[in-house]
Ligand binder design. Structure first.
Ligand code: UD1
Ligand code: CA
Length: 455
């Protein structure tokens, strides 16, 4: 049976106090609404509809390129009115699932349970018992325990407010029924809104069975209305990521001090010290060790590589057995072959460093191709930029670059050659040559330093 998923995301989210639409605020580095979309994509034959309003252009732009039907709700007249905006595109023979763009962490399995109920012609409702139900719609049951209505907090009597089972807003039902009931909603209530929740009483009146189910975790139905709630969900999300990593065989020195904003995969016996942040797609091979305070984004790190404290890596590929940091910065386009070493205060960019080569201290290697077994001395700079253009430096296998050398690109340093410390190299160096390009040293005997005049 076809499934139409209607995601409500037109509300303003004024309590976020933000210029960005609420549903674009991230959890785990990904916009909340994208979490909802991804969970819905896990459902079989689901078509996705997104109801947008406040910040519609921003939301559309942020989600561009995805297969999504956008429905615009120009005025926010309530959740029932919002769903109605998407109904033109909904298949009446299928089922509809309503989700909220600001309730990001509902699991696909939970949604599947609701769909199974709707597929049998019933109405599936996701509810939760809260210690403090204030603000939520209350689930009203009859003497036999059957759900008969939802009453919004503001419309509820004192007795109804005592009910702790609340509406999460997430429900599934045959689309034909939804299409029949939406036009019958009225805005005759305290908030003057068209409440989607009023379809529950309509279902009860028509004898449609209403089955309420509960999520495995309360956080699955937690909405985000302010930064505080966002941070709570973020922590819960990160805890789950950490647990998953540990289950995969990763040692986390402190599971509460690692953040994954994207997808992190790791081989066996990986060790991650505290305060590391992983963004985008990061792959760690077996036995990778990462010291404290590292930031790694869109990178793959080979088996047995050690990344020491305070290193920053972005858009880089690192082979097995490399040694990085502390305080190394691998910028986009860095590729390290097996066993390469990048030491403290070294920056690399668009640079291939060959097998076993070392750039151990205080260097900048950019737009460069470095061969195997090269030794780059401390303080070496590839001068790749003339203020307008970028040029490449090539260093052949086994070359030795003395400390504090400036390699003015475009320039080639041949295999097995040696560059004397402190050289400014502007011309190519052939294989096996020694090149020294610095002022000659003069030593003057009995040199008198200037003396201060007494007055
Ligand atoms: C809604 C439910 C309430 C439930 C609560 C759970 C109704 C009438 N009430 O209340 O029973 O306990 O959610 O959080 O459904 N939205 C639109 N267009 C609108 C109004 C809302 O797109 O015109 C979207 C919002 O962006 C949001 C979601 O619908 O994502 C819920 O809206 P919100 O105003 O937060 O509903 P509540 O009053 O909290
Ligand atoms: Ca809400």
């Amino acid at each position: 049976m076809s499934v139409d998923v209607i995601i409500l995301a037109a509300g303003q989210g004024s309590r976020m106090k933000s210029d960005k639409p609420k549903v674009l605020h991230p959890i785990g580095g990904k916009p909340m609404v994208q979490h909802v979309i991804d969970s819905a994509r896990g459902l079989e034959s689901a078509r996705l509809h997104l109801v947008i309003g406040h910040g519609a252009d921003q939301v559309r732009a942020a989600l561009g390129g995805q297969v999504l039907n956008f429905a615009v709700q120009a005025e926010q007249l309530g959740t029932g009115h919002a769903v109605a905006q998407a109904m033109d595109a909904v298949d009446r023979n299928g089922i509809s699932l309503v989700l909220y763009g600001d309730v990001p962490l509902t699991r696909t399995e939970t949604l599947q349970q609701l769909l199974r109920i709707a597929q049998q012609g019933h109405l599936g409702l996701l509810t939760v018992e809260l210690a403090d139900p204030a603000g939520y719609g209350r689930i009203i049951r009859d003497d036999l325990g059957a759900v008969v209505a939802i009453v919004e907090h503001k419309d509820a009597t004192v007795t109804q407010r005592a009910v702790r089972e609340v509406n999460t807003g997430i429900l599934a039902l045959p689309s034909r029924l939804l299409a029949d009931w939406l036009p019958q909603l009225s805005s005759n209530n305290v908030q003057g809104e068209y409440y989607l929740t009023d379809v529950i009483a309509m279902a009860a009146a028509e004898g449609v069975r209403i089955e309420a189910i509960q999520p495995e975790h309360e956080q699955e139905v937690q909405g985000v209305n302010n930064r505080q709630q966002q941070s709570e969900l973020e922590r819960w999300y990160q805890r789950r990521e950490a647990e998953w990593l540990m289950a995969e065989g990763v040692t986390l020195l402190d599971p509460s001090r690692v953040d994954v904003r994207g997808s992190l995969s790791a081989g066996r016996d990986v060790v991650i010290d505290i305060n590391c942040v992983f963004e985008g797609v990061v792959r760690l091979g077996h036995g990778v060790e990462i010291g404290p305070n590292c930031s790694i984004r869109n990178a793959s790190i080979g088996d047995g590589t050690v990344i020491k404290a305070n290193s920053v890596i972005e858009d880089a590929r690192v082979d097995a057995g490399c040694d990085i940091g502390p305080f190394a910065r691998l910028r986009p386009g860095t590729e390290l072959a097996k066993g390469a070493k990048i030491g403290n205060f070294v920056e690399t960019k668009k640079a291939r460093i060959g097998e076993g080569s070392k750039v151990n201290h205080l260097s900048y290697i950019g737009d460069a191709e470095v061969g195997e077994a090269v030794n780059v001395g401390a303080g070496t700079i590839t001068c790749n930029y003339d203020g307008v253009n970028k040029f490449r430096t090539e260093i052949g296998d086994g070359a030795f670059i003395g400390s504090n050398s400036a390699l003015v690109a475009p320039v080639k340093i041949g295999a097995g050659s040696t560059v004397g410390a402190g050289s400014t190299i502007t011309k190519d160096v052939e294989a096996q040559q020694l090149s020294v390009a610095r002022g000659k040293q003069r030593n003057l005997d009995n040199w008198q330093r200037p003396v201060k005049q007494k007055d």
